[in-house]
Design a protein around this ligand. Structure first.
Ligand SMILES: Cc1cc2nc3c(=O)[nH]c(=O)nc-3n(C[C@H](O)[C@H](O)[C@H](O)COP(=O)(O)OP(=O)(O)OC[C@H]3O[C@@H](n4cnc5c(N)ncnc54)[C@H](O)[C@@H]3O)c2cc1C
Length: 380
């Protein structure tokens, strides 16, 4: 096929996962000719978005931009629910638990409340009165967010996929992108099935960003992560128990109530082994710590939920050195947008990240606070 025969798109999205599919939806609904390309058939089990659900909470630590973005993200999830007719978000509340010797909620709570987030701080005695299945030392405290909850991440991607296509986007699945070349006003995306031409591109390749080097080289390291579902009594089920995070001397953990008989789900946020594109990913149970770390923390703080392991899954984080995201333009090509390094906490924001990418592609700027995600912080 000669170049003249090939379709020309306004924006080509490389990686139609959490961020890319959302960007595809936001672009297509603004009438932008959008091509989405993915190596698999999203949602799928090879990247960072499977093994739903994902927590959405608003009282973030770190840059206050996260709080504003989390609140806008939740509005956009509600809109996506209305437009798709699918249940995407469950407002289960999120109980953030921490050993006060390890972590304090003080600054975070104040910043969140200033921005209109409903959140309350609870001492250990009040927490165990409300959730008697918890076994917490007196040194523990909590910050409870009643309006937070969890997202069915795979359903979210399916919803954005269907809506993007309904708004006129084109999606190529099972099409790995091999390389990208660009000049101002023009981008060519090279795949095993041929080349695609667009005026601009969004690169949202998740754990595979390093495979797009040398076209783009970002400080992103992919990490193997595991999660487990444990047999647990009804007191830990959805409706009775909230989503949670837990910071203690054992490490940083997060989890979800049992949904539809699946058992309580728990994962560890810190630790994990580096993974590189092309390497095999060790299945759940390959390391003693896969189940061991999760079971030990359940036995200590939620002993009733430390039942039989019902299921385990392996997934990938993609960490930047400071665990803040990268949302910026390519350092050499202003028509190539980069969205990566979501560092194990990006899913909740994917609705608003898509909106930001569409703003940047269509208007050239966004009203959302994205300064903390600039590449310049790495001197790139
Ligand atoms: C176990 C686990 C628990 C998590 N819990 C939470 C949570 O509770 N709350 C939260 O907010 N976040 C959470 N996260 C983080 C969140 O899921 C990720 O930050 C988010 O999914 C990253 O989105 P992404 O678009 O960068 O990656 P992905 O969703 O993986 O999308 C990347 C896409 O790019 C495609 N791709 C890559 N390279 C190419 C190529 N060369 N050609 C074509 N396609 C390509 C891939 O196939 C993939 O579909 C968790 C992550 C994990 C792994």
């Amino acid at each position: 096929m000669s170049i003249a025969d090939q379709p020309v798109y306004d924006v080509i999205i490389v990686g139609a996962g959490s961020m890319g599919m959302s960007a595809g939806y936001h672009l297509a609904r603004r009438g932008v000719r959008t091509l989405l390309i993915d190596a698999f058939d999203p949602p799928h089990t090879q990247g960072s978005h499977h093994g739903e659900p994902r927590l959405i909470r608003h009282a973030y630590s770190g840059d206050p931009a996260y709080i504003d973005l989390a609140l806008r993200a939740q509005q956009l999830w509600e809109e996506a629910e209305a437009e798709s007719g699918k249940t995407l978000l469950v407002r289960s509340g999120v109980l953030n638990l921490a050993d006060s010797g390890v972590y304090s909620f003080a600054g975070r709570l104040e910043e969140a409340q200033k921005r209109g987030v409903r959140a309350e701080r609870l001492p250990a005695a009040d927490i165990t009165r409300r959730w008697p299945v918890l076994n917490l030392p007196e040194s523990f405290e909590a910050m409870y967010e009643p309006d937070a909850g969890y997202l069915y991440s795979e359903q979210c991607i399916t919803a954005y996929r269907e809506l993007a296509l309904a708004h006129g986007a084109t999606l190529l699945t099972d099409t790995p992108v091999l390389d990208v070349t660009a000049r101002e006003g023009s981008v060519t995306v090279h795949t095993k099935n041929g080349d695609y031409h667009g005026a601009a591109a969004v690169l949202s390749a998740g754990a595979w960003f390093s495979s797009l080097s040398p076209f783009v080289s970002l400080p992103i390291k992919a990490i193997r992560k595991v999660v487990g579902w444990f047999d647990s009594p009804p007191a830990f089920n959805a409706g009775n128990f909230p989503g949670f995070t837990l910071g203690a001397e054992e490490g940083g953990f997060y989890g979800f109530p049992g949904i539809g008989g699946a058992g309580l789900k728990i994962g560890r946020h810190d630790t994990g082994e580096e993974w590189k594109p092309g390497q095999a990913l060790a299945p759940f149970g390959s390391l003693e710590s896969d189940e061991g770390d999760l079971r030990r923390v359940l036995e200590a703080y939620m002993p009733g939920a430390a039942g039989r392991l019902l299921k385990g899954a392996v997934c990938k984080y993609e960490h930047t050195p400071d665990e803040d995201f990268i949302i910026d333009r390519h350092p050499a090509y202003s028509n190539v947008l980069l969205a990566g390094g979501f560092s194990g906490h990006g899913f909740k924001f994917s609705s608003v990240v898509g909106e930001i990418l569409a703003d940047l592609a269509v208007q050239g700027h966004t009203g959302h606070p994205i300064k903390p995600f600039a590449l310049s912080r790495f001197n790139i």
